[in-house]
Design a protein around this ligand. Structure first.
Ligand code: ZN
Length: 254
């Protein structure tokens, strides 16, 4: 195989790896944001539970005032009982007293319900706080893990970029420009191995005399696929084991 092609294959392999690593690096902020979101949701749950306790306390105050209010009214009506002159007025007052007592009873029942509800609400605050502690501990671990993963990826990217730079320095500038142009069009894959006399990337047939030329070890010429324009190269197929069709020799880019 053409020595330049060999270097291009190496260049493409590291360039594809670099692109993959950059994609991973780009995804890290999103991972951190997701971790932060779990903590934020945990804090909100605690805040909501505490607000519920406060709301219940407010309701309770109001109900206590209602009970006092009705108690005062009942007392007032009872005092008036001694002052009324007519039988009708007496009966009307008694009716008022019964109504007020019923109202007071309802307010007292609701007060009791509120007190039971307040105990549940206190428990909910404790549970939300307990969960938040767990969520914060898990988030701390996750952030450390992501940070460590990012460091590994960044280190590999630096290594891969150094190799890419070294390969670029070894190749003629116009060939590099050519390679980059094709790579940009094809998701980073500018090279196509010829298999079964066809371009393995787009499956179009390659003319037999071109295949013959590509097979010559001292061939210096660069040939392109007429359909996808990728740079062609030929790899001698190693005899695959019987029954297996896959024998990806020098697979470009993976
Ligand atoms: Zn092609």
């Amino acid at each position: 195989m053409n020595a330049l092609i060999q270097k291009l294959i190496e260049l493409q392999t590291v360039d594809l790896r670099a692109a993959d690593l950059r994609k991973q690096i780009d995804a890290f902020p999103q991972q951190i944001a997701q971790i932060d979101h779990t903590v934020h949701a945990g804090r909100e749950a605690v805040a909501r539970a505490k607000q519920h306790v406060l709301d219940l306390q407010k309701d309770r105050k109001k109900l206590e005032l209602d009970v006092e209010d009705w108690r005062g009214k009942i007392k007032k009506y009872k005092d008036q009982l001694f002052q009324v002159k007519s039988n009708e007025a007496y009966k009307a007052l008694q009716e008022e007293i019964r109504g007020a007592e019923a109202e007071m009873g309802r307010a007292e029942d609701r007060l009791l319900e509120e007190m039971v509800g307040a105990e549940d609400a206190d428990r909910e605050v404790k549970e939300a706080e307990r969960l938040l502690v767990e969520v914060e501990a898990a988030a701390k671990k996750d952030r450390e893990r992501v940070t460590a993963e990012k460091a590994v990826v960044e280190k590999e990217l630096a290594e891969v970029e150094a190799i890419s730079k070294a390969r670029l320095a070894e190749l003629p500038g116009d060939l590099v420009d050519h390679y980059k142009r094709i790579a940009r069009r094809h998701d980073g894959i500018a090279l196509a191995p010829v298999r079964d006399e066809a371009c393995s990337m787009c499956s179009v047939r390659i003319r037999p005399h071109v295949v013959q030329l590509l097979r010559q070890p001292d061939n210096e010429e660069i040939y392109h696929c007429e359909t996808c324009t990728r740079i062609l190269y030929f790899v001698e197929e190693q005899k695959p084991a019987e029954g297996t069709k896959e024998a990806p020799v020098a697979e470009a880019g993976s």
